[in-house]
Each structure stands twice: as structure tokens, then as C-alpha cells.
Design a protein around this ligand. Structure first.
Ligand SMILES: Cc1ncc(COP(=O)(O)O)c(C=O)c1O
Length: 449
């Protein structure tokens, strides 16, 4: 980082006075003071979540004048950093021409064509306003198409906050010690069969027992919601084969993964043939604005109204502002192909973190794919949700705080992933590793399992 870095390293109750004042104010009107519980962590030496003033490139700047290298990347929504000039210009131009029309407009097909070109199997699609809506709608389509009601999902995989997929949802709810959520009727929970990721035997046994009632198997091709956990070799072909054998559809939830590791979806990397029946997208494709997409096989998607009987609607679906940002983001990624560089920076981080942890005597694991990875405080490899659960939360929390105080914003939970962004520099990576060496050295040794 440059020498002009203005991060305030002082600890103590007055380190974040403006965040604290804003949090007190927000808490009087907003439940818990936050609009997403994942944001409600508190830095040591403060008593409120951080409030950010603005972002620029790979950095976030809080309201107390501190700068952070941003590896949170808005929980994976960003890859080109904050305030990317091309996206900002596209959004500004569209804003002055109107932000929502309640009618069709040309950008819808423009962006849909880009996605269709990039993702095999995405024959017909619909835009939504969020990943949650995309997955919720895809499940409805699968149920409508098959006439079946049950869904198989993987324990700890998060697919948004619609009722059905909150069962065994990992990520945010696990951070708060919740298995799922209050308010889910038992009859609804009975429709979800949650099985361990990378467990071939349970997959086969589950489908043998219930396959004829299963509308779809829902999966993240590379898990991003109990940390980055790739599929074991052959696991996704086995998932696909089990679905086909029992007449269930395959829904690939690529809300985190698409355009994160390569231009397009990641499912083609895993020998899934034919393509998943339905694919869901979100996060990166919106260029930093709200978006979701569900789509897939023509015959399946033709179930959606007005062509078919499966209903889905949305005031904000396909809004011009999000689509202007989406087009600018997708074009930038296609033209610049930042993926090799993101991979190289993340590899440097992986190597440096492992080295620093080893020198400090702290057992850790890094699961990395391209520019995204998770650092687990664990002695054993992490292959499923139970492994993530067993990793050391306390050491994670202490490390997170040590890094935050050195001006590095990591995802605030052991269930999330670090994402390198395109504006990050060699100097940022070096600074991060220097901070990590200090952070590991400051941790109490011998507490990890
Ligand atoms: C795999 C996956 N699916 C769906 C969602 C929900 O997306 P959104 O937060 O846009 O509703 C998320 C969000 O983290 C996700 O990671």
C-alpha cells in the first residue's frame, strides 16, 4: 500500500466514533442497526459495525477516515472493485435516461445475449432483482415442470433467504448459530432433503429412497457458503447422473461462482453433461447493482408465464440501471480477461498465508479456486460443512480483528471467502501478507483443533 495510507491503528473505545454514532442512530429505526445480519460484526476497540463512507478501486474507506484493502468484495458481488469508471459512466448515463420503466427495454436482450453466449445451456432466461429470487423461482419452475415437490440440497449451502432453501443454509445463519430460521413451517421443512457435500454414498442412498419425489437437486458447483469447498473428483457427475436416473432436474446455483473464476459459469469445468436444466446467477453479473437470473433448458423455461403456468413477476426485474451496469461489467471482463492475474495474486496470498501460519505454529488450511479462497483454522482438510463447523471460530475471529486493525477487510465469518479484485496491486498483496504475519504472531498458539 502507498505511504499515504491513512488507517488509524489506535485501539480503544474511540477508534470508530463516527461508526458508533451512526450505529446508535440506525439501531433506533433499523432492526439490529443493520440491513443484513452478516454486517453486524464489531471491531475490537469499537462497539458498532463499521460504516463505510465510500469505496474506490480495491479499497473501502470508513466514516472514521480508515482505509481498508477490500477482500470482502460485497460478499462476492464485486470483482472490478468500487466505482469502476466504465460501470459508473454506464450507470450515470442510464440514470439520466430513467431507472425503471415497467415496460420492456433494449438492454434486457443485450445482457441476455451476452449471458447466453457465455454459458452453455442457458437457452432461455429471466432476470430478477436478486439471487434469492432467482433460486426461489428456479425451484418453482422445477416443481412445476416435474410435478414433484421435494428438493435435495447440500448441508451448509446457502441459496438466498427464501423459506425453502433456509433449511440447513450455512453461511449467515450458521454464523449466528442457527440451523435454519424460525418461521419455517414443519410441512415446508419436510420438502427439503439436506445431505452432506461430497458424500457419494448418502447421495445415492437418498435418491434411491426418495428420488421419485425429488423435483430437483440444487447445488453450488464450487461451494462458496461454508468457505470455498470444491467438489471431490467425480462428485458433480455423480450428482448429475443421480438426478437424471430419477427424473429430477439439476439446478446449478452459480450466484457466487459465475464470472468469478472464469468468463461464464463454472459447471462446464466439472464434466456435467448435458448441462444443468436450470442455472441461477447474480452478484458479479450486476456490476455492483442488484440482479439475479434464472434460466436453462428451453423446454423447462417455457413453463414460465406468459408461456406456461409457473408464475413469477417483478417490478425491478430487468431494470435498466442494473442492466447498464451488467453490460459494462461483462464487457470489461470479456475484454480484459483478468482471471489469470486474480489467480496469480490469490496464489501468492495462499502461499504467504500458509507460510506465515506455519511459522507461527497455527494449523490452517487454504481452499482456493482462482481468485477466491477461504483460510480455515483447522488441522484437517475441509471437504464439507461439518469440517468448516469444526474449524476454530475463535482463532478466525481474532485473526479477522487483527487484520481489520491493520487496514484489511476480510469476510467477517469463517463460512465466507476472500475475493481478490482486479484493482488490487502487487503492493496490496505484499502489505496483506506482512499484516498476516503480524496477525498470526499475535494469535494465542495451540488453540486450534
Ligand atoms: C450461492 C448463492 N445463491 C443465492 C444467493 C442469494 O443472493 P442474493 O443475496 O442476491 O439474494 C447467494 C448470496 O449470497 C449465494 O451465495
Amino acid at each position: 500500500m502507498s505511504s499515504s495510507r491513512s488507517f488509524n491503528c489506535a485501539r480503544g473505545p474511540s477508534s470508530f466514533p463516527r461508526s458508533e454514532a451512526l450505529f446508535a442512530r440506525a439501531s433506533r429505526a433499523i432492526v439490529g442497526g443493520v440491513n443484513s445480519p452478516s454486517r453486524s460484526y464489531t471491531p475490537v476497540g469499537g462497539s458498532a459495525p463499521l460504516f463505510m463512507e465510500y469505496g474506490r478501486g480495491g479499497y473501502l474507506y470508513d466514516v472514521d477516515g480508515n482505509r481498508y484493502i477490500d477482500y470482502l468484495a460485497a460478499f462476492g458481488a464485486l470483482i472490478l472493485g468500487h466505482g469502476h469508471p466504465r460501470i459508473a459512466a454506464a450507470v450515470a448515463a442510464q440514470a439520466s435516461r430513467g431507472t425503471v420503466f415497467g415496460t420492456c427495454q433494449p438492454l434486457e436482450a443485450e445482457v441476455a445475449e451476452r449471458l447466453k453466449q457465455a454459458i452453455p445451456g442457458l437457452e432461455l432466461m429471466r432476470f430478477t432483482a436478486s439471487g434469492t429470487e432467482a433460486v426461489m423461482s428456479a425451484i418453482r419452475v422445477a416443481r412445476g415442470y416435474t410435478g414433484r415437490s421435494k428438493i435435495v440440497k447440500f448441508i451448509g449451502s446457502y441459496h438466498g433467504h427464501s423459506d425453502l432453501v433456509l433449511v440447513a443454509a450455512g453461511s449467515g445463519s450458521s454464523t449466528f448459530g442457527l440451523e435454519d430460521s424460525a418461521g419455517l413451517p414443519p410441512s415446508l421443512k419436510a420438502e427439503v432433503i439436506a445431505i452432506p457435500w461430497n458424500d457419494f454414498a448418502t447421495l445415492e442412498a437418498t435418491m434411491a429412497a426418495h428420488g421419485d419425489q425429488v423435483a430437483a437437486i440444487l447445488f453450488e458447483p464450487i461451494v462458496g457458503n461454508f468457505g470455498i469447498v470444491p467438489p471431490a473428483p467425480g462428485f458433480l457427475p455423480a450428482v448429475a447422473a443421480a438426478a437424471r436416473r430419477h427424473g429430477a432436474l439439476l439446478i446449478a446455483d452459480e450466484v457466487i461462482t459465475a464470472f468469478r473464476f472464469r468468463y461464464g459459469a463454472v459447471y462446464p469445468l466439472f464434466d456435467i453433461n448435458p448441462a444443468p436444466d436450470l442455472i441461477t446467477l447474480g452478484k458479479i453479473i450486476g456490476g455492483g447493482l442488484p440482479i439475479g437470473v434464472y434460466g436453462g433448458r428451453r423446454e423447462v423455461m417455457e413453463q414460465v408465464t406468459p408461456l406456461g403456468p409457473v408464475y413469477q413477476n417483478g417490478t425491478w426485474a430487468g431494470n435498466p440501471l442494473s442492466l447498464a451496469a451488467a453490460a459494462a461489467c461483462l464487457d470489461t471482463l470479456r475484454e480484459e480477461n483478468p482471471y489469470p492475474r486474480l489467480d496469480q495474486f490469490a496464489a501468492q496470498l495462499e502461499e504467504g498465508l500458509l507460510d506465515a501460519a506455519r511459522k507461527a505454529g497455527i494449523p490452517v488450511q487454504v481452499n482456493r479456486v482462482g481468485g477466491g479462497f477461504t483460510l480455515f483454522f483447522s488441522e484437517r482438510p475441509v471437504r464439507n460443512f461439518a469440517d468448516t463447523e469444526a474449524s476454530d471460530s475463535r482463532l478466525f475471529g481474532l485473526f479477522f480483528q487483527e487484520m481489520l486493525h491493520r487496514g484489511i477487510l476480510l469476510p467477517p465469518s469463517k463460512y465466507e471467502a476472500w475475493f481478490v479484485q482486479t484493482p488490487h496491486t502487487e503492493a496490496d498483496i505484499e502489505y496483506t501478507l506482512a499484516a498476516a504475519r503480524q496477525a498470526f504472531a499475535a494469535l494465542p498458539p495451540g488453540e486450534s483443533q
